[in-house]
Design a protein around this ligand. Sequence first.
Ligand code: FES
Ligand SMILES: [Fe+2]
Length: 371
Amino acid sequence: MPTADPLKREAPDSLMLTGFWYRALPSDRVKRGHLHKAMLLDIALVIGRDRTEKPFALRDACPHRGMPLSCGRFDGEQVECSYHGWRFEAQSGQCRLIPSVTADQGLKVDRIYAGNYGCEERDSFIWVFVPDHGPASAGFTRREQPGSSAPAVPTFSGRYKTAYLRADLPCSVDHGIIGLMDPAHGPFVHQAWWWRSRHSIHEKQKQFEPIPNGFRMSAHTPSSNSAPYKLLKLYADADSITTTIDFVLPNLRYETIRAGKYWFSSLTTVTPITRDHCRIDVVACWNLFRWMPFGASLLKFVFAKFVEQDRRTMELQSEGLKHNPHLMLIDDADRPAKWYFGLKAAHLEAKRTGAEMKHPMSGPVTLKWRS
Ligand code: FES
Ligand SMILES: [Fe+2]
């Protein structure tokens, strides 16, 4: 018998997991010499590129009296606050000048820092590392260095195409993420003549296994009820097509499809912007159909349709969620959502106690559902 348990209402800080990299802005939006605003985990940021094109991220509040630094001037190296002209090194946030200080006052301006963040450019995005102990807008310390680099889309050959897509979702990051891993909405939300209809619904069985900080839907030959997969098999002349989908905390969904020498790989993230607003960003790379002049646009078109269907659905859902209805998650179709909440709880507990994280899955599991 499937059991129904109430969808746990998340404690405030579990919506905003710190100590991770997050996608902040698409690379092509960030122009050299300009200051751009971005919001991440309820933190207002100012993002830019220095003279050497290297990106940087500062808290968008001057450590003096809070003026947004994005209103200031930027010379390619230092950001100058528009209120009293304090100047900060863009890359480190270190203060270099306080114009009002006289020579005999001896204030050590370089002890002052604007809140600053680890920042990397990867796969068409500027990523920002949000540390556990976030820099206050006013501080006297350098930033916490991230222990790893920003996540990357896995690629499997030298030459490939790439595209990205994004959509704003008017819901909390939790609903964004469980909406993404939910297998049962497909036949109802993603109907299209070239994909599948609600009449193609049938029983499925998938293998899942625990991986560090997440879980994997193990490689398998994808469902035969959709035309694109049939086509792909024919085209790649491959005996089998394998798909692997990994979910990894805090918000990463890796999907890899391999058919002979052809591959498709994507990294989707759902980023908390504020408590009730998140954004979905998909970056895809592939060497399939590389010879097709409109390969990229076709893929983007298909992708955009999917994301738009999800966005529209979550927009409608947010209406229903406005008044805090009681919700439930059922087995097996909502089990991945339960693992997600379990992973987050285990992660936070491990942080609290300093002990090793206890994974919510004890081993491989087979789930069954109809979709
Ligand atoms: S508020 Fe920025 S210099 Fe005073
Ligand atoms: Fe979907």
